[in-house]
Design a protein around this ligand. Sequence first.
Ligand code: URP
Ligand code: ZN
Ligand code: ZN
Length: 503
Amino acid sequence: MPNFDLLVRNGAVATAADTFAADVAVKDGRIVALGEDLGNGVHEIDAKGKLVLPGGVEGHCHIEQISSNGVMTADDFYSGTVSAVFGGTTTVIPFAAQQRGESIRQVVENYHACAGPKAVIDYGFHLIISDPTDQVIGQELPALIKDGYTSFKVYMTYDDLRLDDYQMLQVLSAARREGAMVMVHAENHDMIRWLSEKLLDGGHWQPQYHAVSHSRTGEGEAAHRAIALSSLMDQPILVVHVSSEAAMDEIRLAQDKGLKIFAETCPQYLFLTAKDLERDGMDGAMFCCSPPPRDANDQEAMWRGLANGTFAVFSSDHAPYRYDDSGKLNAGPQPTFKQIANGVPGIELRLPLLFSEGVGTGRIDLNRFVALTSTNVAKIYGLHPQKGTIAVGTDADIAIWDPDLEQTIEHAMLHDNVGYTPYNGIKIKGWPTIVLSRGKIVVQNSKLHAERGDGQFLPRSCPEAAKPLGRMVPEMDPAQNFNAELINPVSYTHLTLPTSDLV
Ligand code: URP
Ligand code: ZN
Ligand code: ZN
């Protein structure tokens, strides 16, 4: 009589900490034992020669969301989650995006109505806050955080989304009070606006000028300012989709000073460059995202940041728009770069690209790969240990990888609804061939074994990562007080005020 529902035998299990040979036993959707000679399963998988990894946790993707220029993403919660799981991701955290004037509670309900009947894997929601009214800050956010929406994104650019510094502080203050993580889209709005106007006035409307208008300087400045706001409030932030060495250096400097600044980069900043926006005709539109891909030097910097821990998470920022009049060319066949919906697809290739070019070349090791794509994401967004690792008691969300499978990327092998991939033609080695969600086989033999609506909503806890440093240094020796303002930006040796008095 088998004692487990499922036994994964003979694989090499890797977590963010270790790689070890073990069988993995699953019962009632959870991992119940790791070890040798565990007994039998009703179902068994022989993982000899394979890697047994935690399923990926995708912390940044846009699904069934309307872009800032009013275009609906190509993927809904069915195609988006199917595509994710074929690429080894078993949990997604897309956004419930507030448009100005909307109640966030209502927005969240609308996204639930879309996701519930369609998602094939588990999901949570970050909130996008574009209108931090007193009602939102004082009533809605605290209630939503208690209901498990424990992270939100704010924008420093885009006309309809951006917050000014005062509003950013309001949001950071609410996050501090309630224990939520704030994700920041850091680009200097007025620099983008000024450069865009000059470029368009000069007749430079083609896709490649998108990259020119979103400067590295503007990204670096906004990252610096976001860090300053975070430091003043003593509230951690996560800077999303970092593309440039300029922004990465600001983040690294803050981390070196002991501030809790987390950061994310994405495949487009490793595999694409601004040159891709110069492709024939309007083809560059397929590569327009914000911030834009940069150059080989910035790519190398991103790899360095992944290897040395500057980046805690690696996300796709899947923002899928078809290359036709429903998406990228929604404003007509020859839109200006300002009229092109921002974003690139990547939810299915996120893990295989990093595995192949990161682990396969020795730039990062397997354990860092797991940390960047799964464990850290789960920790930073309040899903750990239920998600993001392989341990007794966790959900049995597992991706079994064939590390030797070689393929050349083409859109036909993917499961999104986008119609193209920006990574076409890249050769990769390694792919997750069997994927389990809560102990159930969801992908095997290139086939989907899941139904619409199988995914469950995940209310998230307040992450440890979002806790303030609690800086309060009452009697500092001025001689040693070389950086008092950094340690507690609102205190001096003669006047000490707990930051908590201000929030
Ligand atoms: O270009 C991008 N990244 N589009 C998606 C929205 C965002 O800012 O992440
Ligand atoms: Zn963004
Ligand atoms: Zn995004």
